[in-house]
Ligand binder design. Structure first.
Ligand SMILES: [Zn+2]
Ligand SMILES: [Zn+2]
Length: 237
């Protein structure tokens, strides 16, 4: 199991079921040392609350709260929907393709949306669920660019565990990330408390593919904090 979860949702996302405190308590119980709360950006009805970024410390002793957003790409130029005032107060920022975009996007265009968002917004850290049911992505190209720009691609444990992506496709995506040498993060993208810490199916596939664990940024608390510290310089606007 990984010591840090870098992607989770609360009631501030339309699809989340719990409060920040409930998620932190559950994360602590699941054995996490740190939990990132990364509610959706406004393009899919997510909400960023100012007091969360400006006033909340570490409300649950024994687990470190990391603050972030899962941003939505809103156009091919790479524009994303987060209010920039929250960037300097964020520990980790994800970007993904979601239902605000037409599901008819072809592979080339969908891939361009993600790559352009990384190029345009140096403060974005992780691409959430590049492997997903809705949009086809050129993984080789995305992984090459992610490596060049020092960003991480996510292995999304929930999508695998819930059968939203196949074992075969996941193994293929793992192999490409290994081949291209990009950084990665293993996240659950938890929307409910019991999903936190559930990464065993993904871990099994990573072992089968002999994926180098030193390329997984959230493998330990120390490795996560070191990487996020490095990334912090890009969030000073
Ligand atoms: Zn997402
Ligand atoms: Zn998410």
């Amino acid at each position: 199991m990984f010591e840090v979860e870098l992607h989770s949702h609360t009631l501030f996302s339309k699809c989340g079921l719990h409060t920040i405190i409930e998620m932190l308590n559950a994360g602590k119980e699941a054995g996490l040392k740190a939990l990132a709360i990364t509610d959706h950006g406004p393009a899919v009805q997510g909400h960023q609350a100012s007091p969360f970024f400006h006033r909340l410390g570490n409300p649950v002793p024994g687990i470190h709260l990391l603050k972030g957003v899962e941003c939505n790409v809103v156009e091919e130029s790479g524009e994303v929907d987060i209010a920039k005032k929250f960037v300097p107060y964020s520990d980790v920022l994800l970007v993904g393709l979601h239902t605000n975009l037409p599901s008819t996007l072809d592979k080339k265009t969908a891939t361009a949306h993600l790559i352009n968002s990384l190029a345009k917004n140096p403060w974005l850290d992780i691409v959430s669920h590049p492997l997903n049911f809705d949009f086809e992505i050129d993984f080789h190209l995305l992984a090459k660019e992610a490596r060049r720009m020092g960003r991480a691609l996510e292995f999304n444990a929930s999508k695998l565990q819930q059968g939203k992506v196949s074992v075969e496709d996941t193994r293929n995506f793992i192999r490409i990330c290994k081949e291209e040498g990009c950084l990665t993060a293993v996240n659950t993208d938890a929307h409910v408390t019991h999903e936190l810490g559930r990464t065993s199916e993904m871990e099994e596939l990573l072992l089968l593919e002999d994926f180098p664990f030193d390329r997984i940024v959230n493998r330990t608390f120390e490795s996560t904090m070191a990487w996020l510290d490095e990334r912090r310089q890009h969030k000073i606007l």
